[in-house]
Design a protein around this ligand. Structure first.
Ligand code: SAH
Length: 250
């Protein structure tokens, strides 16, 4: 299986469509959209409401607090997104009950041409919309926030920055945490001494091979210390073991 990145079109279904400006108007993701490396179609479910108030939700059967986003309206919003982005575009509904997003899942999503993100509000969606129209339910972690917009944009941002050409320096995405299964190494910039603390001398040595070794050892060390779940000591290659040992002695 190739890991080729195909993604260039995103759909964002939300009753607060203006929120998308958090990614379209700022920084790396904003530039990606302006340069046409990715496009974002924004769909407001209120367009499919049948009353003049633009109602998209209704009271839950069985009673209880909160409102539920209705199946007919959310289905119409997804159909409209598919008209714009293609029938095969996977539909991703944001939900605290979904699979928790991680790098492995992002890599699979990047292989699609288009993806449609659906942000919930209130108590979430009518379950029949989820079972009939949603391919993946995605969570950003074991917390509940008040709407799916920020979770969806968190994932969209993370996908967009992996599209080739989006990050100025092609290498920087590959060096980020998780991309190679490890946490990133620590970074330093000027001044050389800050409140008495100096930059590790190896970084000033100009010896690129040593610097690369040091960074690889730091990455490993941090991952073992902070996120041992990402790596089992048994997975370490002989080369990685000796790198760690070498830098630990210094
Ligand atoms: N009653 C729901 C929570 C609704 S929160 C439940 O307990 O499962 C309202 C919306 O916010 C959800 O429909 C979802 O789109 C979004 N949301 C909340 N927490 C989220 C999380 N951890 N990950 C992704 N989306 C989340």
């Amino acid at each position: 299986m190739t890991n080729e990145i195909m993604l260039s079109k995103l759909g964002f279904i939300s009753i607060f469509p203006e929120m998308v400006s958090a990614i379209t108007d700022w920084g790396v993701t904003g530039r990606a959209v302006r340069d046409g490396r990715c496009s974002i179609e924004v769909i407001d479910p209120r367009e499919f409401a049948t009353d003049k108030h633009g109602t998209v939700d209704d009271r839950p059967y069985g009673g209880g607090p909160g409102m539920v986003m209705t199946a007919p309206i959310m289905t119409a919003a997804v159909e409209s997104a598919k008209n714009l982005l293609g029938d095969r575009a996977p539909v991703i509904a944001m939900s605290p009950q979904g699979q928790v997003v991680d790098e492995r899942l992002l890599t699979t999503l990047l292989q699609q041409d288009s993806l449609i993100f659906v942000a919930g509000r209130y108590e979430g969606f009518d379950e029949r919309f989820v079972s009939r129209s949603v391919d993946i339910e995605l969570s950003v972690g074991d917390i509940v926030v008040s709407g799916g917009e920020i979770p969806a944009m968190l994932v969209m941002d993370s996908l967009i920055r992996r599209i080739p050409g989006v990050l100025g320096d092609e290498l920087s995405a590959e060096q980020d945490s998780f991309v190679d299964g490890l946490l990133d190494c620590p970074h330093y910039t000027r001044p050389e001494i800050f409140e008495g603390e100096a930059v590790p001398s190896v970084l000033l040595s100009g010896d690129h091979a040593r610097i690369a070794d040091w960074r690889a050892a730091q990455s490993l060390k941090r991952t073992l210390e902070r996120r041992p779940d990402l790596i089992s000591e048994f997975d370490l290659s002989d080369e990685q073991r000796s790198l760690l040992a070498r830098w630990e002695m210094q």
